[in-house]
Ligand binder design. Sequence first.
Ligand code: AMP
Ligand code: MG
Length: 344
Amino acid sequence: MKTEILSASAPGCGEKASAIIKAGGLVAIPTETVYGLGANGLDPEAVAQIFAVKGRPQDNPLILHVSCVEELEQLCHDIPESAYRLAEAFWPGPLTMVLSAKDCIPKRTTAGLSTVAVRCPDSEITREIIRLSGVPIAAPSANISGKPSTTTAQHVYHDHAGKIPLIVDGGACRVGVESTIVDLTETPPRLLRPGGVTPEQLEALLGALTVDKAVTASVDKDAVVKAPGMKYRHYAPQCQVLIVSGSAQKAARWIRANMRDGDRILCFEEELPLYEGCDALSYGKEAEVETLSAGLFAALRVLDDPNVKTVYARCPEGGGVAYAVQNRLKKAAAFQVIDAEVLA
Ligand code: AMP
Ligand code: MG
């Protein structure tokens, strides 16, 4: 199969993509978080292809993408008032809500759960494709399962050339990490995955928020968890990743003293002068955390090279969007953190 990359602004792009979705095929779609591998979320056969192409474990449910909040009612029942408040504040945007699923949603989409995850993405072309398709689009991140997520059309092409007919190119993703997921079927609501909508923003609207333990610690692969995707080693290049915390100077001293041939450094742009001669890779500016979330996966993809043994990574501190960056990097590092303040 030939894989076409079509610009989101090309005439007829929405029609072409939605025709494939309606016929039960796969289309890679741009969103502000990461690129998704989309199919008709109400068609079990179409959804099965997503799992096959990605190599995604069957127990990892998909997110349904809608074009507006009104479409929620066709998919979910017992929608709490808080869902509408969150949609009003953050949709279209990087927030996914877990709600009670109606029977029209195939078990393949929800991985057999009675709940479903729904999001309205902030991409004009993707919402147009959903509208023209007339169905919600199920779309996980478009990477091969276990690999760093796809934040450009070229990343998707790299992973799936010859396996899908169309990639809609909407440019590099603005947020760069997957959506925030909040489960509204529990009281208080539970944060299942941090993302571009921050815990602080959610708390301001919802009041109390439980943070699922899978956000901050590794989960056993056989564990029964609330968001099954969280137990898999995610976002990771094939080498070992080690986070080195502490001041810029102490971390640099420790890394330079301990790194070996074949190791790489992933740091903030501000720290590059501390690693002269070490071929360090920057993924954004510490002072502008949005550049770190936007650049993280592209950098992890560069480091996903069989010649790289260990990546020493610098991770931003604090809440807000930094919290989502910490979560992705810590998952890539299997939660291994070395404190250079203590060791250096
Ligand atoms: P991805 O689209 O690859 O970012 O993965 C979607 C993630 O959404 C899954 O890995 C789950 O963690 C989460 N998810 C989807 N549906 C549900 C659900 N019904 N309940 C809880 N979590 C869900
Ligand atoms: Mg994913």
